[in-house]
Design a protein around this ligand. Structure first.
Ligand code: PLP
Length: 255
């Protein structure tokens, strides 16, 4: 059986982001994806209309069922929805200290729609930070998590909060021609990639990248190798992304 990544993520009915992005990206990375569903969202490629979160009991019951019979090597979290679910995931990770863990600190959708109460989620994420093998914030999430506007200071603060490795994704920065991602290990910059900025908005690009990294880690890649591999793969699937409607967010073509 392929090494398995257990994803704690929400359902996006458009199929662009959330657990469908996770399943497709992890499948493409060569690993198997298992899902503990954190929430059912109501959204399309343009807008989030609402969501209903899973109870922490139901979330843990899903995770504990698959732990018994799947070869889980890595956990990946995306939308968690509530502070209860964040606490439940922290409890689960402490029970399984041998699992690698990719924390994608999702706060809002790319369309700007709410995927939880940002203020309380930010406080609760603090518990997950030291448990993660790598954290993959975009710069909006990095600033929100640390309360620091300056990116170098914000990254340093995340390490003070107990982070082991951080991939800072630059897609939200004002760099019209390129996107710069930077990987830090134990506070040091170890890898920097710049790729041309593609036109348009993409739905589920963050989920896809974090999940592909988790899939490669589950198969034994070193972190830097997994990240570089995932970035190259993501660029390819974003280039092929499809627009359901003119000017809507594009859905990455992960197959
Ligand atoms: N998880 C769910 C369920 C979502 O609906 C979204 C965005 O809509 C995300 C995660 C984050 O998506 P992205 O990869 O675009 O940051």
């Amino acid at each position: 059986m392929r090494p398995t990544v257990l994803c704690f993520s929400g359902l996006d009915p458009s199929g662009g982001a959330g657990l469908q992005a996770d399943i497709e990206a992890i499948g493409q990375s060569g690993a198997h994806a298992a899902i503990a569903c954190t929430a059912l969202t109501i959204q399309n490629s343009q807008q989030v209309f609402g969501f209903e979160a899973t109870s922490k009991e139901l979330l843990l019951a899903q995770a504990n069922a698959v732990v018994k019979d799947l070869p889980i090597k890595c956990v990946k979290s995306g939308m968690l929805g509530t502070t209860d679910n964040i606490a439940a995931l922290a409890e689960f990770l402490r029970e399984h200290p041998d699992y690698l863990y990719v924390l994608d600190p999702v706060l809002v959708a790319n369309s700007g729609g709410s995927l939880g109460n940002q203020e309380t989620l930010v406080k609760a994420f603090v518990e997950l930070v030291p448990l993660a093998t790598v954290i993959t914030p975009n710069t909006v999430e990095l600033r929100a998590l640390t309360g620091e506007q300056n990116l170098e200071k914000a990254t340093a603060k995340l390490f003070e909060m107990g982070a082991k490795a951080v991939l800072v994704k630059g897609g939200h920065e004002d760099t019209p021609d390129y996107i710069r991602n930077a990987l830090y290990l134990a506070g040091e910059l170890v890898s920097e990639t710049k790729c041309p900025r593609l036109a348009g908005e993409y739905h589920g690009s963050g989920c896809s990248l974090a999940s592909f990294i988790a899939g490669r880690l589950a198969q034994g890649d070193e972190l830097k190798v997994a990240v570089n591999h995932a970035e190259a793969w993501l660029f390819g699937v974003l280039k092929k992304a499809e627009s359901p409607i003119p000017n809507g967010q594009k859905i990455p073509k992960r197959f």
